[in-house]
Write a protein that binds this ligand. Structure first.
Ligand SMILES: *Cc1c(COP(=O)(O)O)cnc(C)c1O
Length: 229
């Protein structure tokens, strides 16, 4: 019998605890965001019943629809939080504010300007592009500090840290060491922006060893994603 959702969640929780112990870190300092893209709202409801509060989505329309369907879970004593982790069009950015508690994929001026608001503050992470491909999401290394400065000057966004996806052609631990170095550069400009969102199903242990505070884990918990509709 294939493992159940609850069993997959337990396995990942054990994996996180193991890697945290190996890194001499507290597992409680690491937030696991369960990426539910392509999965129905019902799966989010099941995960919430299993104690998950942090969810990740990478497409605005899908995220907006799920948040609306699950509006009852967004309030009360045990609310869920939506984290936006995908490419965002600037004309949709304002709408994301309505349901998301963080945008982790911030990487361009147009989206930053669209997210600017008098209040309340939206948590943002600056995404790094760890590849040489400018078509990938994320700011390039030479744009990093100027972009961080610009985020700090924008009202209505609260800079939390860096986010990155490890490239397919690089050893993940090495890639995450580069993310850690970028995090140090960010903290030189913004001492409270200490978060590091890194690590997915296949590489979250390496990310924890390099200081990740937020993991974005999909298939290891949800099982394979349904084919995109
Ligand atoms: C889909 C996705 C994930 C989760 O990927 P898995 O390999 O299923 O864990 C994490 N981060 C981003 C940006 C994603 O798009």
């Amino acid at each position: 019998m294939p493992p159940t959702l609850e069993e997959r969640l337990s396995l990942v929780r054990e994996g996180v605890a193991d890697a945290a112990a190996q890194a001499d870190r507290r597992a409680d300092d690491i937030t696991t965001i369960v990426v539910t893209k392509f999965h129905p709202a019902s799966l989010v409801r099941e995960l919430h019943a299993l104690g998950v509060h942090d969810f990740g989505e990478n497409r605005h329309q899908e995220a907006q629809a799920k948040a609306a369907e699950l509006a009852d879970l967004s309030s009360g004593i045990d609310p869920i939080h939506w984290n936006f982790i995908g490419q965002l069009q600037s004309k949709k950015a304002k709408q994301v504010r309505a349901y998301a508690s963080s945008v982790q994929s911030l990487d361009r001026d147009s989206v930053l300007d669209a997210l600017a608001a008098p209040s309340p503050a939206l948590d943002v992470f600056v995404q790094l592009n760890l590849t040489d491909d400018p078509g990938r999401g994320g700011v390039r290394d030479e744009e990093f500090e100027p972009f961080v400065e610009r985020v700090l000057q924008t009202s209505g966004v609260l800079l939390r840290g860096v986010m990155a996806v490890a490239p397919l052609d690089e050893e993940p631990r090495r890639a995450f060491a580069r993310v850690r170095a970028a995090s140090e550069r960010m903290r030189a400009l913004a001492p409270t922006a200490t978060a590091i969102s890194a690590g997915m199903s296949g590489d979250y242990r390496d990310a924890i060893l390099e200081g990740a505070t937020h993991l974005r884990i999909g298939s290891a918990i949800t099982g394979n994603r349904p084919v995109a509709g």
